[in-house]
Design a protein around this ligand. Sequence first.
Ligand SMILES: NC(=O)c1ccc[n+]([C@@H]2O[C@H](COP(=O)([O-])OP(=O)(O)OC[C@H]3O[C@@H](n4cnc5c(N)ncnc54)[C@H](O)[C@@H]3O)[C@@H](O)[C@H]2O)c1
Length: 438
Amino acid sequence: MSDESTTIRPARGKLGVLLPGMGAVATTFVAGVEAIRRGKADPIGSLTQMGTIRLGKRTENRVPRIRDFVPLADIEDLVFGGWDIFEDSMYDAAMNAGVLSKDLLNEHKEFLASITPMAAVFDKRYVKKLDGTNVKGGANWMEKAEALMEDIKRFKESNGCDRLVMVWTASTEVFLEPKPCHQSVKALEEAMRANSPEIAPSMVYAYAALMSGVPFANGAPNLTVDIPAIHELARERRLPTAGKDFKTGQTLMKTVLAPMFKARLLGVSGWFSTNILGNRDGEVLDDPASFKTKEESKLSVLESILQPDKYPNLYADMYHKVRINYYPPRGDNKEGWDNIDIFGWLGYPMQIKVDFLCRDSILAAPIVLDLALFMDLAHRSGMRDTQEWLSFYFKSPMHAEGLYPEHDLFIQLMKLKNTLRHMKGEELITHLGNEYYD
Ligand SMILES: NC(=O)c1ccc[n+]([C@@H]2O[C@H](COP(=O)([O-])OP(=O)(O)OC[C@H]3O[C@@H](n4cnc5c(N)ncnc54)[C@H](O)[C@@H]3O)[C@@H](O)[C@H]2O)c1
């Protein structure tokens, strides 16, 4: 054990989890936490609740649960709130989403019905497929941000929260590239006052969160917090940010399989990925502009893991295609197919087919829980700006300028656990292991 542990403020009192977007993912997360708190289910898929961490040498046999090792908020202390363009309570929204059984939702009806959405900051130009009435007025983006800050303050006071975190669980916005107005806080604020079309609603939430002292994690592939203006604000206000795009189904598979191909020097000539899904997310992604945001997020993964510039004979000619098809009959139960054409010794071809019949929101819900708890931990530990150690949870992990993102799931996990060891002054684990043979 080293004496370089970080000072971590204790997790006292209630932690409010604020969710812009109370759709399938958000309601599956909240209903799930309530079911777990009432002892009806286990927190399956959640590293903070079920994961362990090895400390010291393999001979020491010190393997505490992560939640016994670092001071995380207790799930009993979580309270939930959020915004949506539809007026449905969490109960109605969860019923509509059709992810969880009616029986389970009815068991927690009173609790879920008590969580109703605050009026959203919305602009149809950014999510073309949706129209809702529960939307804030205001002369410009800045006025809307101020209204969000009021909501945040009121929520914190009326729920007696000690701290808050915000996790974006709203729809994917249209593709946006960084513009001059995203380059500094001053430029961003001017553009917000001028009601510029280059400001996305998600940026207004992120701005309001940081101005209110609230960490922000982005579950969608939107640009949102990945702009210099927000990095500047997060550094100035000593607040953590993280993103982007929850890594759940097909990309989770890719970030496990692709590192294996590279580790064994197997070539890839083609990777065709297609999805069918029928939830509201699928409907939003049926718009080409929203799909482009998702596509960029999904495509970058292989390129970055396989490094075709370093291994041109194995990966330079790879054909990579990702498709998402809106297919209503499947609802939230997505099917993700991958056809992978690989080649081995002397160039002989082989094929791998993956057919993942997954459940989108069931995979995303534990990620929301872990991010809420780890972002709060980071905040109490004085960590600010991009939390790269949380790359484990994202399809397009945010990273400092000049770095490439780390996509390999197991490197991401090692990075996450080493960050926790570092926080607590434990030795980092390198897996060198020479000492066992001295
Ligand atoms: N489920 C997964 O596996 C997964 C994985 C990665 C990313 N995501 C992303 O998570 C997000 C949520 O997914 P979902 O399946 O819950 O979608 P959903 O359509 O069920 O829910 C999104 C909700 O956001 C609301 N909304 C849209 N714009 C808003 C705004 N400006 N303010 C407030 N609310 C707004 C919509 O009305 C909707 O209720 C999507 O962006 C999706 O791409 C999901």
